[in-house]
Design a protein around this ligand. Structure first.
Ligand code: TEU
Length: 544
């Protein structure tokens, strides 16, 4: 295998939502200088790369995924010089930067779109998708996917918010322009790229007359043209495809061989667990089960030998979900142990590991009191559509739904210490509400507590490197035992590591299990394993 891919496969990636990480200039918004000031912390944590959510010039209609200029830093976040310093300082600490490339759409204030709506004769008109007669195609964020432009008497297509106009990837211009964006950041030292929403680049009406917005028939063709352009002069880059809906077999299809469109894909197997049926990502099914958690997809990702370690990125939460601990862990009595069990689950899996900022200290969902406290366009749209227009849910119901699965939970300020605004800044009101009751979970407190979640993460990352031949390069087998214990086996010809994960509040018996040594455990009282797992007690064992 390509050595370069192998090297990337070893990485632990830390996801930063820049507006909420650290606010250096104390204006209420996180910034690049703030990130630089935390690089020592990240180095000590042991991570190898930072995935930066978009930092480009934006109106922040969809948290920066509405880009006005792909080669400029949003003023609120700093300058291009700050960015260059971030790359430089990160390199010193062996940390790579991964840029988030929003290639399916631009902002409706992007120069190209402003030119496009001036006249159909402008070349920019062809960069977008138009119709005279809109069908009833729906946007992922709710409502019609078509928006009227009076100056042209036409409608443009937007799969996400109306401020995010879909690009026409059938045009070589789009492909070249996006390859040029990659080139720009590459020349500044960026080697990793997250390709946002790539499954959507080709929208079409299929043979059955149905509209499809994902994995369209030309997707591979468009993206391969893009890749070929990039590879002309850059072989040492790593491309992570963000394509929800991808499955283990399609990861093989699109991750190597003739139809390759990226080096790695997010493993979305946890994505829908606990989502309510009617309201999508904001709803919640309290009866989610371990079977759903370690679902068929999750099992296949591990057990399919065609999927090599570097080909998938595992994550518990992202800026598009709420906090893992609040969805599948215990926020109270077993907060510490359940956060550790979730982490142990993730780090036992084959694949690159991605940690959302704050996950390493067990940050949980804050409580949003009402609609006004939410910032996410997806949340606000669902109030408008399901509460105001369709009257399917009451205001209180919608608030409760979003308090479980809304995206804003993963976008609130980091909790650094116990000083004002938890050390996020020097006291200016942050742009979004702060984390709530934080259960002594600040970075500073956890630094000083050997039993903390933070220390557990540090040890996990070290363990991943120490047992690299098994935890990174080893084969993987994921099973659910009869009593809901998740068993993950990592092995090579000589050695075996087995993790037993208890993600329940109940004691579980494990019969006939022998091991050589405990490598990690989620309880800290040092008790040996004698056949019973206590609530949220999980182990990683070396087995002879
Ligand atoms: O997310 C992509 C996304 O939301 C879709 O893939 C969606 O999950 C799927 O179609 C559900 O049916 C990315 C970003 O991560 C997100 O924050 C942005 O809002 C979105 O793209 C638009 O740029």
């Amino acid at each position: 295998m390509n050595k370069y891919l192998k090297k990337w496969g070893e990485k632990v990636v830390y996801q930063i939502f820049p507006r909420s990480f650290s606010d250096f200039d104390n204006d209420g918004n996180g910034d690049i200088k703030g990130i630089i000031s935390k690089l020592d912390y990240l180095q000590d944590l042991g991570i190898d790369a930072i995935w930066l959510c978009p930092v480009y010039k934006t109106e922040f209609a969809d948290a920066g995924y509405d880009v006005l200029d792909y080669k400029e830093i949003w003023k609120t976040f700093g300058t291009l010089d700050d960015f260059k310093l971030l790359v430089q300082e990160s390199k010193k600490r062996n940390i790579e930067i991964i840029m988030d490339i929003v290639l399916n759409h631009t902002s409706n204030k992007h120069q190209w779109f402003l030119k496009a709506i001036e006249s159909e004769k402008n070349k920019e008109y062809n960069y977008y998708i138009w119709t005279d007669k809109p069908g009833n195609e729906q946007s992922i964020f709710g409502g019609s996917a078509w928006e009227y432009v009076p100056s042209l008497k036409k409608y443009y297509f937007h799969l996400f918010a109306k401020e995010q106009v879909d690009l026409n990837w059938g045009s070589d211009f789009t492909i070249n322009a996006m390859a040029d964006v990659i080139d720009f950041w590459y020349k500044l030292g960026v080697k990793g790229f997250r390709l946002d929403a790539i499954q959507h680049v080709h929208k079409e009406i299929n043979e059955n007359g149905q509209f499809t917005h994902s994995f369209g028939s030309q997707m591979v063709n468009y993206l391969q043209k893009f890749l070929n352009k990039i590879y002309e002069d850059k072989q040492d880059i790593f491309l992570i495809g963000e394509a929800s809906g991808i499955q283990p077999n399609t990861v093989v299809q699109y991750g190597k061989g003739e139809q390759k469109i990226a080096d790695n894909f997010y493993n979305f197997s946890l994505w829908y667990i606990g989502w309510g049926r009617e309201t999508g990502r904001n709803g919640y099914d309290a009866n989610w089960s371990i079977k759903q958690f370690a679902n068929q997809g999750a099992i296949e990702y591990q057990n399919n030998e065609e999927i090599e370690n570097h080909m998938i990125s595992n994550f518990l939460s992202s800026h598009d979900t709420s906090r893992a601990i609040s969805r599948w862990g215990d926020e109270k009595l077993y907060w510490n142990e359940s956060a550790k069990s979730l982490a142990l689950y993730q780090f036992s899996l084959k694949g690159i590991q991605t940690i959302l900022y704050g996950e390493e200290i067990g940050l949980k969902n804050p409580i949003f009191l009402n609609r006004e406290e939410f910032k996410d366009v997806d949340a606000l749209n669902s109030y408008r559509i399901f509460v105001d227009e369709k009257k399917i849910y009451s205001e209180q119901e919608m608030t409760r739904f979003h308090n479980i699965n809304g995206r804003d939970h993963a976008r609130v300020p980091m909790v650094w210490n116990k000083t004002i605004n938890y050390g996020f800044n020097k006291g200016t009101q942050p742009w979004i509400k702060m984390s709530g009751d934080y259960l002594n979970s600040s970075v500073q407190e956890q630094e000083n507590d050997k039993e903390s979640i933070l220390h557990f993460y540090k040890k996990l990352i070290k363990t991943r490197k120490k047992y690299k031949n098994l935890l990174i390069e080893g084969k993987s087998k994921l099973e659910i035992l009869e009593n809901e214990i998740i068993k993950i086996t990592r092995y090579d010809d000589q050695n075996t590591i087995i993790s037993l994960i208890n993600l329940t509040k109940h004691e579980k018996e494990i019969l006939n299990f022998s091991y050589h040594k405990i490598i990690m455990s989620t309880y800290t009282d040092g008790k040996e394993f004698k056949g019973t797992l206590r609530p949220y007690e999980s182990f990683m064992f070396l087995v002879k």
